[in-house]
Design a protein around this ligand. Structure first.
Ligand code: HEM
Length: 484
């Protein structure tokens, strides 16, 4: 069958070959997969092809060095900020000038999220941020802990029922798990499975259509060009909005789950001073939290399984720790302080594979970062992908070494930024960290995951950083620990 997408992909590969993927195993050491930095900088055609294919592939060695630099794409200045002191300047000192997301990001998501927190700025962002930050705050975690435990235990039961050697696809499995958690947390425990499924399908379909390159912005339109939406995109939006609006209306009519994030949003909104949010604004915030909290945690867990499977000495430390802390009972949120290896594996996973590897901003006004003059409306790029792999900031930056988070050595908060940093830091950071650690502990207590032998794993970034084509794997049951 004629598949235009495939033909374009093949043509693009001829014009600009994808980079080599490096992955190495040594004696008790693992260097997980990453694209080898190209030797020479790409030309414009190669840059555009590369950006559409994979936003992390085109960076030459010098971009991994700590520092700052700039180049142009057509009429637009692109500024790269890759050192802790300059990152601090951008996100804290001059937050007001650099808080705005890039036009690509805003245009790609606005049809779905409207003025939702993730892509808003100025007054809208300032008013909404405390509201959203409060409902996903860490003090609320115990309320959501049971939802995390139940969802992970349900996956464990499904895995236990699989025939030996049955293959699963990990990005899908982890996506199902984190979708179950975030949909029950946001919309309520009584959300129908079909409704949650509709939201997930709508988001996935929308993401497939989203374009990460806005030509208009590079040609000089400061706000970028509006993205054209076809019938598929419209159907995807209608699916998501339909479910979220129905949930909000049910809550407004007093029929929602007391304690869900939508419930908290509505109650907090009623109490807040000034103009309260209308149903559309409530929908935009609920959809934003769902989107921000779903795939990020799912990809973190997927990468953590890949890393553990390739570093059996780390897997052993994780298993020993869970067995010592929990014995035969399942790990719970209350066990997390004892599960230091599990937490360190998640932290190191987020260093090597930050789910949001690029944090693009648009300069409101001309500025100066260090010695570099920044033009008005320039694209200012902070890239956790580059920062976390800089040899100037990290020892053995490409090695999988969770120990670095156990040693007690201070980690510079501006050198490690999987959740961003500054006033726009991810408000769901503690939720995401605890969720990923707990799900890993519950599943690792019972199973090991073995990626398909010979399968070539390759990180690819469009909106988030995922293994290209997924991660096929089999599940191996671990012997039950003694009751002690
Ligand atoms: C491992 C999991 C997660 C990672 C790595 C992550 C990462 C991030 C990053 C990097 C940003 C900032 C993006 C930027 O400035 O361009 C962000 C923003 C955000 N995240 Fe997370 N996140 C995670 C989980 C969650 C969860 C579980 C929730 C909600 C329950 C959440 C809610 C949000 C929201 C609402 C924003 C927008 C904040 C704002 O713009 O003020 N995230 N996240």
């Amino acid at each position: 069958m004629f598949q235009p997408g495939r033909v374009i992909e093949r043509l693009a590969s001829r014009l600009h070959a994808p980079p080599e993927i490096v992955e190495r195993r040594e004696e008790r050491a693992f260097i997980p997969c990453h694209p080898a930095p190209p030797v020479k900088s790409p030309n414009l055609v190669e840059l555009v092809i590369g950006a559409r294919r994979n936003l992390i592939e085109g960076w030459t060695e010098r971009y991994y060095r700590a520092g700052i630099g700039s180049f142009r794409i057509l009429r637009r200045q692109i500024v790269f900020v890759n050192s802790p002191e300059h990152i601090r300047y951008v996100v804290v000192t001059r937050h007001g000038n650099f808080e705005r997301k890039s036009p690509q990001m805003r245009r790609a998501l606005e049809a779905l999220l409207g003025d939702g927190l993730f892509i808003s700025d100025g007054d809208t962002w300032s008013r909404r941020r405390p509201l959203v930050a409060d409902i996903v705050h860490k003090r609320r975690l115990p309320e959501f802990g049971r939802t995390m435990e139940d969802a992970a235990l349900a996956v464990a039961a499904e895995w236990a029922a699989l025939p030996q050697e049955a293959e699963i696809e990990l990005t899908e499995e982890m996506g199902r798990l984190t979708a179950a958690i975030i949909s029950r947390a946001v919309f309520g425990k009584n959300i129908a499975r079909a409704a949650a499924q509709q939201v997930i399908e709508g988001f996935s379909a929308y993401q497939r259509q989203a374009d990460s390159f806005n030509l208009g912005y590079f040609l000089g339109a400061d706000e970028g060009w509006p993205t054209l939406g076809g019938p598929q995109r419209r159907r995807a939006i209608a699916k998501v909005h339909g479910v979220v609006e129905a949930v909000i209306n049910a809550h407004l009519a007093g029929e929602g789950d007391a304690g869900s994030m939508v419930d908290l949003l509505i109650r907090r909104n009623r109490r807040s001073e000034g103009q309260p949010l209308d149903t559309t604004a409530l929908r935009n915030e609920a959809a934003t939290i769902f989107m921000a909290g779903h795939e990020t945690t799912a990809t973190t867990l997927t990468w953590a399984w890949y890393l553990l499977a390739n570093a059996p000495w780390v897997a052993k430390a994780v298993h020993d720790e869970i067995d010592a802390a929990c014995g035969p009972r399942s790990p719970t949120l209350a066990d997390l302080p004892q599960l230091r290896w599990c937490r360190a594996v998640i932290q190191e996973t987020l260093r090597l594979y930050p789910p949001v590897p690029l944090l693009p901003r648009q300069a409101l006004e001309a500025d100066r970062i260090g010695d570099l003059a920044v033009e008005k409306s320039a694209l200012v790029m902070i890239a956790p992908w580059l920062l976390h792999r800089s040899a100037d900031l990290w020892e053995k930056p490409n090695h999988f070494l969770p120990e670095r988070f156990l040693s007690g050595a201070r980690i510079d908060p501006y050198a490690y930024i999987p959740f961003a940093v500054g006033p726009r830091i991810c408000p769901g950071m503690n939720f995401g960290l605890d969720e990923a650690t707990l799900c890993l502990a519950i599943l690792a207590q019972r199973f090991e995951v073995q990626p398909r032998a010979g399968y070539r794993v390759e990180p690819v970034c469009r909106l988030t950083l995922r293994p290209k084509g997924g991660l096929p794997a089999t599940i191996v049951r671990r012997p039950a620990p003694n009751a002690g």
